[in-house]
Structure formats: structure tokens, C-alpha cells
Design a protein around this ligand. Structure first.
Ligand code: NAD
Ligand code: UDP
Length: 323
């Protein structure tokens, strides 16, 4: 933003989480006045340490299911637990956070000049029967399974936001985010990248669920943020946009890569595959490429190295504080 221009206000819900906190830092760097809302269900105020020192950042402890009393020109709706163990620990909170959070933001934005960028997910495709997954695929989701609170909550939020655009012209942008990882993931996050790194650094066996042949495509956080910020461009974008890195790996490949980077020959132990665990996942990012020039730059090895270094530094800091 140029000198002398009035600062625009951006609201980030889920600001204390992994992605939300990186987004807050990035928006402050871009010259926004940033308001962050979070109820700390899975977030950590430690993630906002840098932002907290910036006079242009304002934190509100709050729940997106309650009316939102902040007006912002740009809203990034990232509030929602994202790791299966966390979103399944309180399915009611997960589902209501997705649906009511979207509703509260529509109430705030309706009739005003406001763009809502919503964090949807590859989970809207469920256990996909089409591979890779384009936005035109409607998905294969169990509506009453262990993952449904998350999958159906996110699907319903997309419906609600699309209807708000059709009915009242609310400017919504929907990012279908595929597995994203990087520094600041919580030690107890429970997702595969952080689990494997924490296990490898602590010298415990890596827990591989199922036979390890299921696939995911892992995107480094920095690449994802490029896509999210491009999606917030002034010109409207209708319909969802996949954001992720299309390089596909088996979960066994990931375990072996983490062990190589950490320099360890720890055992890999098998544990049961969770219910409805998708067998394969890879984004078709043609739409993001064409519309936004989105092109992830950071490969798995480079991204994992940076993530391992961050976990090592945080573990060392904990040890020095006797925790
Ligand atoms: P995260 O768990 O680290 O962050 C979620 C944040 O939302 C936390 O700070 C949590 O405390 C907050 N929150 C939860 N419920 C809330 C509520 N009712 N009111 C206010 N705050 C609440 O997860 P993340 O990986 O940073 O994911 C952020 C968003 O991106 C989520 O909406 C998630 O569904 C989406 N997403 C993430 C990924 C990924 O791979 N990281 C993939 C797809 C979608
Ligand atoms: N997984 C695993 N070990 C773990 C955690 C996860 O093998 O300690 C598997 C999980 O079963 C899934 C994949 O890794 O097949 C990705 O899981 P994650 O929870 O990271 O994300 P999601 O399933 O939502 O893509």
C-alpha cells in the first residue's frame, strides 16, 4: 500500500491457528490494518507473537458463531479446527463453526463493500472417485460418518456463501485448500506431517495408518498464501478454486522422506486406518493457474526441511524452559 493511502482493514477469523497466523503476518506486511478473531479451540496466542508487536494488529477473543461486530473490507474466514482428531473431538462445534461462522460473516458483509475469502477444503470431495479432483467434481462424502461434521459443514458453508452471492450480491471467494503444512503447526495438531516430524525428532516410531499406500498432495504454507492473496484480488471470482500442490505422495513416501531429513532409521509402525480416510487426493489446479497464475514453487523436500527446522527450534526452546 502506498504511503499516505488509508489502510484497508482485513479481518482474519481463526487468526491464532496455523494458517490464520501466517496470513495475519502477511497482511501486516502488505500494509493492512488487521483484526484477528479466535476462540483458541486449536489456536495458540504464541503464533501471534510477531503480530502482537505490531500496532496495526488487533486481537479479539471471540467465537465466529456469535454476531461479528467488526467491519472489514476484506475478510478471510479461517476459523475451524482442521485436523481430524480435533474436529472429531467436538463434532457439534466443528459443524456449527463452519455453517454459523459463514452465516455471521454474510450478515456482516451484506449490503456493504466487502469481500469474503473462505477457507474451504479438499474434504468436500470426500473419498474421491475422480482423480485428480477438478472443481467440477461433486465429491463422494459420507453424510453421517466420523468426518462428516467437517466435510458436510464445509460443504454447507460453500452452499450458504454461494446463495448469499446469488441472492444479495455478496462478494465471496471460495478456496478449496488441499493438505498444507509448514512452520507453526502445533505439536499436538495430529495431522500427518506434524505427527511424523515430532515422532522423528523425539525418537519414537512413526505411526503409519493403514498400509501407507493412501496418497496426499502436500503444499507448503508460503505457496498456499500466494494463492489465497491472489484470490482476494479486486475483480470478482465466481465458483470455488482448488489451491494446493499437485505433487502426489503416498503416506509411506512421506514417512521415509521425514526420516531421511531428520537422519534417523526409526521404526515405522502400522496402526488402523481411520474410518472414511480418503484413499487418494491430488488437486487439479488448472483453474487457479489460469485465473490467478498460481504455481506452487516449494517441493516436499524443501518444505519439510524448513518445517523440521522450525520444530527443532521450538523443541529446543521448550527444553531450555524445562517443558
Ligand atoms: P488450525 O486448527 O491451526 O486453525 C484453526 C483456528 O480456528 C484455530 O486457531 C482455532 O482456535 C480457531 N477456531 C476454531 N473454531 C472457532 C470458532 N468457533 N470461533 C473462532 N475461532 C475458532 O487449522 P489450520 O490448518 O490453520 O486451518 C485453518 C482453516 O483452513 C480451517 O478453516 C481449515 O478447515 C482450512 N483448511 C486447512 C487445511 C490445511 O491443510 N491446513 C486444508 C484445508 C482447509
Ligand atoms: N496419517 C498417518 N499417521 C498419522 C496421521 C495421519 O498415517 O500419524 C495418515 C491419515 O490416515 C491420512 C493421511 O495420513 O491417510 C493424512 O492425514 P491428515 O490427518 O494429515 O489429513 P487428512 O486425512 O485430513 O488429509
Amino acid at each position: 500500500m502506498g504511503l499516505g493511502a488509508a489502510r484497508k482493514t482485513a479481518l482474519v477469523t481463526g487468526a491464532a491457528g496455523f494458517l490464520g497466523s501466517h496470513l495475519v503476518d502477511r497482511l501486516l506486511d502488505e500494509g493492512y490494518e488487521v483484526v484477528g478473531i479466535d476462540n483458541l479451540m486449536t489456536g495458540d496466542l504464541g503464533n501471534l507473537e510477531r503480530a502482537g508487536r505490531d500496532p496495526h494488529f488487533h486481537f479479539q477473543m471471540g467465537d465466529v458463531r456469535e454476531p461479528i461486530h467488526v467491519y472489514a473490507e476484506l475478510v478471510f474466514n479461517f476459523a475451524c479446527p482442521a485436523s481430524p482428531i480435533h474436529y472429531q473431538s467436538d463434532p457439534y462445534a466443528t459443524l456449527t463453526t463452519s455453517v454459523m461462522g459463514a452465516l455471521r460473516l454474510v450478515e456482516m458483509a451484506r449490503g456493504r463493500r466487502c469481500t469474503i475469502v473462505h477457507a474451504s477444503t479438499s474434504e468436500v470431495y470426500g473419498d474421491p472417485t475422480v482423480h485428480p479432483q477438478p472443481e467440477s467434481y461433486w465429491g463422494n462424502v459420507n453424510p453421517i460418518g466420523d468426518r462428516s461434521c467437517y466435510d458436510e459443514g464445509k460443504r454447507c458453508a460453500e452452499t450458504l456463501l454461494n446463495d448469499a452471492r446469488r441472492a444479495w450480491g455478496v462478494d465471496v471467494r471460495i478456496a478449496r485448500i488441499f493438505n498444507t503444512y509448514g512452520p507453526r503447526m502445533a505439536f499436538d495438531d495430529g495431522r500427518v506431517v506434524s505427527n511424523f516430524i515430532v515422532q522423528a525428532l523425539r525418537g519414537s516410531p512413526l505411526t503409519l495408518f493403514g498400509d501407507g499406500r493412501q496418497t496426499r498432495s502436500f503444499c507448503f504454507v508460503k505457496d498456499l498464501l500466494e494463492g489465497i492473496l491472489s484470490l482476494a484480488r479486486p475483480e470478482p471470482i465466481e465458483g470455488p478454486v482448488n489451491l494446493g500442490n499437485p505433487e502426489e505422495f503416498t503416506i509411506r513416501d512421506l514417512a521415509e522422506e521425514v526420516l531421511r531429513i531428520v537422519g534417523s532409521d526409526l521404526e515405522i509402525i502400522h496402526q488402523p486406518l481411520p474410518a472414511d480416510d480418503p484413499r487418494q487426493r491430488k488437486p487439479d489446479i488448472s483453474r487457479a493457474r489460469e485465473l490467478l497464475g498460481f504455481s506452487p514453487q516449494i517441493g516436499l523436500r524443501e518444505g519439510l526441511r524448513a518445517t523440521v527446522a522450525d520444530f527443532q527450534a521450538r523443541l529446543a526452546e521448550r527444553a531450555s524452559k524445562g517443558r
